[in-house]
Write a protein that binds this ligand. Sequence first.
Ligand SMILES: Nc1nc2c(ncn2[C@@H]2O[C@H](COP(=O)(O)OP(=O)(O)O)[C@@H](O)[C@H]2O)c(=O)[nH]1
Ligand SMILES: [Mg+2]
Length: 314
Amino acid sequence: MNRLVDAALSGDHRAIARLISLVESGAPLADGVMRAIYPKTGRAHVIGITGSPGAGKSTLVDKLIGQFLDAGKSVGVIAVDPSSPFSGGAILGDRLRMQGHAVSDKVFIRSMGSRGSLGGVSGATGEAALILDACGKDVVIIETVGVGQSEVDIVKLADTVCLVLVPGMGDDVQIMKAGIMEIADVFIVNKADRDGADKVVADVRMMLDISPRVDWRPPVVKTCAERGEGVGDAVKAIDSHWYHLMSSQEGRQRRISRIESQVEGILRREIAAMVNRVWEDRKDHGVLEELLERRTDPYSLAEEILDQVLSPSR
Ligand SMILES: Nc1nc2c(ncn2[C@@H]2O[C@H](COP(=O)(O)OP(=O)(O)O)[C@@H](O)[C@H]2O)c(=O)[nH]1
Ligand SMILES: [Mg+2]
């Protein structure tokens, strides 16, 4: 295990892939891996790319990778795809599309399912981002499908959240969706080759005027990801947000709240696992029958289970 961690930390992509799989599968060794790599994390710029399905996120990410590589940076990409409710498997289309860069040893691309959480961000996404950070990627891009809550979740993982909008998709609805205005640090209006892009830009700017952020004015950039147009401007906007974070209290604040939600997530997971063990054991010993026959009730049972978790000796 130490050898695998060392290999990953030295940048070996196969080792990195194995570590992420390990963490994704929730193997017992996963916590040890995370403990070992944690001290090496905290250097990468984590960029979240979110937006409606079909907005052009993957196409854009592909072009962003090229720009970051040109700037001499190494890049890790985590594409969180909607997983089939039946198989739980990730759709690999995005990965194939981005494969133009996958050959380079400066780029590591990984698709993850969104198993276990509705919408975009899977439980292990944050861990995968930390692994890529520790393993020396300068930039870590997380692409998530914007489905309600996941857009808001991404703010817990990313330093810079980019919201990708497109013309002609019920723009007001896209923009006004709960919480989005507050969390987007950069607005990217993609498919600028289509009619209505300027209108979306103007609408976003107007919304920003109505409810301005305290110490950051999110840039609004137009791109045509398919042709690579405007991608340089997107990178400039993303970089300027990173400098803002580095040179203000906001960066520190964001990192603190990220660590907070990380600890809370671990606690919740551990507590759920403990409770579940006792609950499964009670079911194995016929408690469902007892409930059915009204010999006990769900409330008393829940209390008993919690008691047992809190003081296992009883
Ligand atoms: N017209 C136009 N189409 C684009 C542009 N960028 C991406 N697309 C197309 O939009 C579709 C969805 O792109 P994709 O990157 O898979 O979107 P995602 O679901 O947000 O990741 C693809 O057919 C792309 O070729 C653009 O700038 N203009
Ligand atoms: Mg995609």
